[in-house]
Design a protein around this ligand. Sequence first.
Ligand code: ASP
Ligand code: MG
Length: 410
Amino acid sequence: MSLVVMKFGGSSVADADKMKHVAGKIAAKKNAGNKVVAVVSAPGDTTDDLLEMAAKIVSNPLAREMDMLLATGEMVSISLLAMALDSIGEKVVSLTGPQAGILADDNYTRARIKKVNPRKIKACLTKNNIVIVAGFQALNPKGDITTLGRGGSDLTAVALAASLEADSCEIYSDVEGVYTTDPRVIKDARKLDYLSYDEMLEMAGSGAQVLQSRSVEVAKKFGVEIHARSAFSEKQGTIITSEEEIRRKKMEALLVSGVAFDKDQVKFTMMDLPDIPGVAAKIFSRLAKIGVNVDMIIQSAAVDKKNDISFTVCKAEMKKTHTELDKIAHEFKTPQVVFDEHVAKISIVGIGMKSNPGVAGKMFEILYKNAINIEMISTSEIKISCIVDELDMVKAVEELHKGFGLFRKK
Ligand code: ASP
Ligand code: MG
């Protein structure tokens, strides 16, 4: 008998009809001869609504109480889903994160899972129950309920699949899987059959939002193969697995698997910095201290013992960054700070890049042929990213998608 972990996102349990539909899918999986553990998110926009409600009461809510509040969303889903399953004759038990043995550290609102103690889940499964677990929540060492960061139900599902040594981990959402690029923007985007953990992480970090990044890191660490698929169709989705497994199955990896893009970028430049040791260290350690996450960085060659440093941050961190840079500029006496929020990052991602030279050249050629100016470049082993003008973003994605042969074959 196989053990299957099925995870359903908020859009799959947004209303009573969808809950009943999901109950039907879970029952079908059980009746096909599997043991089933289902993880669910809060219905629809519940988490956002709860956050909004708290913001109306206080601008700086207590983190412990925030977790107490947010955890209620998932509890709505587990109880209703259990009722739906019971009503169609299934034996079922719902469990909160703490009841399910999900133990985390004491960082409220973004706790990290430390350990899973699946004793109670196993006992329920042995008694032939379907087990429904609230995603996104855990118990901390103080005995308080905590949450795992936005999108944390994916992490719950992967952690449970790892600790129960499940035969499969299926993550259901309202999209059919991971696409070569966002199908809402590029019409002929194609669903990928396979993607490696690292490609998925790079795509997620570059704008594609299918799975929570931390859940993919944990899946990679414990070798949990994820099947990302739609709750509203029977079609095969995308398997996220190890690079070795992909090479074994497909013989050859694609040169480029996807094109990601992200408008949530602001480019800062500090001009005329002194060309002496310690300048970059000062800027970036100060930004790190105030919790700013820096993405791309370039430093120009020095002219007259002065140079410029440019880097990008996400838009939410623009104000904080600007204030800090003004202070630093003041300390250096001369440098000027400029910023541009009308930029976008476009990235191509693929494990095939490792063994094929010339991918960067081809990317730049495609952008050049379309008169798109590159403002910054950064690379990793399996990703090349460029910062371009926001107005060129869609065109750039379209042409790269076409140029690397990613479109749907007719
Ligand atoms: N309900 C939580 C959120 O919206 C967790 C999740 O959906 O995975 O972030
Ligand atoms: Mg959600």
